[in-house]
Design a protein around this ligand. Sequence first.
Ligand SMILES: C[S@@+](CC[C@H](N)C(=O)[O-])C[C@H]1O[C@@H](n2cnc3c(N)ncnc32)[C@H](O)[C@@H]1O
Length: 276
Amino acid sequence: MADAQVISDHWGKGDVFARILEAMERAGINPATVTIEELAPVDHFHARGFPATIELADVLPIKEGDRLVDIGCGIGGPARYLAKRFRCHVDGIDITAPFVDAGNRLSELVGMTGMVEFRHGDGQKLPYADDSFGGGYSQHVTMNVPNRDLFFEEAFRVLEPGAFFALTEHGLGEVGELHHPVPWSEDGSGSYLMRPANTVACLERAGFEKVEVTDTGERYLAGYKAAIELAETGTAPVFGVHILLGKLALQIVRNAARNIEERRTHPVQIVCYKPK
Ligand SMILES: C[S@@+](CC[C@H](N)C(=O)[O-])C[C@H]1O[C@@H](n2cnc3c(N)ncnc32)[C@H](O)[C@@H]1O
């Protein structure tokens, strides 16, 4: 699918794992002893990074031994964190092959290959059997998904009755018309934002219930502003998401903040359930 290639080319430029290793070495992180906490500034690749994953995890009913699915797992930080914190298993899938490769190699580095498993694929066509997972989540992925109905129907299909599904995203704000580049698109190609009310309707059409929406705009804005200040004062850490965002990183973060301030985007966290 042409769109899949556009999206994967956008995210996975070059040898992602080699770039991460090189940055680890520059930051004085030893790959032989690296921990998931040391990887966290890079491998939680979404607005506000690791703190946002922790906050999401705090509100999810995850139990020891659960099997979860991470749709659009990136390089796997959230999956490794949840697997370790809850002693559960996480299957991840991502459309960007260099991210899947980097994700699996990072899991090897931290000795977690048996607890998380990442594969290449599209969230609109999941390679899992019906009713396979006790919970699922998708952090900052759906901005790139052209067919939300299909994406949510697939999530619904692979979840067990009663399972949770959580997502975080930049929804479309009242004003619309984004400033580009943004993290998920340089020029608008491969970008498919939806107003939060339409995303909720879409989730309900797929069969989900008890859909709860939290506005995350103010928290994201504070996170972006802090990152901009570090970059502008030359005090940004060597090991940070700019490694993945590339040369446009600062412009991308500035636009992400400005789009929220000008109500062009409307970031949300959504938790819902497959009926029992
Ligand atoms: C901002 S990153 C988030 C990665 C990860 N969820 C995290 O929070 O660290 C967005 C990810 O969504 C993936 N993605 C976009 N569209 C996808 C799709 N249709 N199916 C699977 N992954 C997708 C991208 O390849 C990228 O890894």
